[in-house]
Ligand binder design. Structure first.
Ligand code: PMV
Length: 319
């Protein structure tokens, strides 16, 4: 076994299709490389056993004492078993993350992915993305119950994912490069609440909501088309921005936008964003604004001035 090993994984963000995806329409999510999770494994003294350190969480835990619902211990145990390694190797495992937690950026799946990769590296094995993705999915199933499979796929493959509920997520390679400013409203996204509210509204007016979901699905199809096709970048950024704006209107219509999110979206667009929308569950959480990769600063500054607690700038697609 190798001595000190380290591995990382990106965050993720939903581009289009949130909420409609719950009703069988497609959604697209992309990796966010500008915030990452990292796992490091160092050898410990013989007989010391395995200790998990999560300094961000102030957690130091011997693996042998970890409760069954500890997410990191769960993925570590699964990976050790998958590789037929001893259940308590003499290791110090440290995980750190730049990814804000519980904000739709996939922090849990990214930490798990980094950890799986580090264990594979420690064992001198190559971690294939499909195997990593499956292990992270298994751990998320044990932890959350019913994960969609988006997070583990985007993060383990490091590629955009086309996702339709009930079918295996499909990764694809974008030919369009584009840039996003991801602005955090500072309000925790109450995803359970918004998903529940949308369900009640859909039950009360199914025909109307099916039409709205169809439109969102249509937007996801067009976004994928723009991402995969060749041609001038600026024209496609404008088209993509227009689709973000339309998707946002539809999200507002189903009741998941909010005044703070609208304020951020308007500020971004007034400062030159091609188009902006909420991302994820809505009401709180993040908005994404499509920006010119060479001149993102005016939009970033406008978002900060409009109250964003944090702005992450990221590029999607070929560099
Ligand atoms: O929390 P996020 O950003 O991964 O997104 C939630 C997406 C929803 O469509 C609102 C809910 C879901 O389970 O798909």
């Amino acid at each position: 076994m190798t001595d000190l090993v380290s591995a990382s994984a990106p965050g993720k963000i939903i581009l289009v299709g949130e909420h409609a995806v719950v009703y069988g329409r497609p959604a697209i999510a992309v990796p966010v490389w500008d915030v990452q999770a990292r796992a490091t494994i160092a050898p410990a003294a013989p007989g010391a056993g395995c200790t998990l350190h999560a300094p961000d969480l102030g957690q130091i835990l011997p693996l042998a004492d970890a409760p069954p619902d500890n997410a990191l211990a769960l993925i570590l145990r699964l990976t050790l078993a998958h590789l037929s390694l001893p259940p308590f190797p003499d290791w110090t495992v440290t995980v750190t993350s730049q990814i804000p937690i519980a904000s739709g950026l996939g922090s849990g799946a990214a930490l798990a992915t980094a950890l799986v990769r580090a264990v594979f590296a420690k064992a001198g094995k190559t971690a294939q993305p499909d195997v990593v993705s499956d292990l992270v999915f298994q751990s998320e199933t044990l932890y959350h119950g019913t994960p969609s499979g988006i997070d583990n796929t985007v993060i383990a493959f490091g590629q955009p994912v086309w996702f339709v509920r009930g079918t295996p997520p499909i990764t694809f390679s974008p030919r369009l490069r584009f840039a996003l400013a991801i602005a955090d409203s500072g309000i925790a996204a109450p995803t359970k609440e918004t998903v529940g509210d949308v369900r009640r509204s859909w039950q009360a007016a199914p025909a109307k909501f099916e039409v709205l979901f169809d439109r969102m699905g249509g937007i996801a199809t067009q976004v994928r088309g723009l991402m995969e096709q060749d041609g001038g970048e600026v024209g496609r950024w404008r088209a993509l921005g227009g689709l973000f704006r339309r998707n946002q209107q539809l999200l507002a219509e189903i009741g998941v936008s909010s005044e703070p999110l609208e304020r951020l979206i308007e500020a971004a667009q007034a400062a030159g964003s091609f188009g902006a929308k909420l991302s994820g569950g809505g009401r709180g959480g993040n908005i994404i604004a499509l920006v010119d990769p060479a001149h993102p600063q005016p939009v970033i500054d406008a978002l900060t001035a409009a109250g964003a607690k944090r702005v992450i700038f990221t590029t999607v697609g070929k560099k």
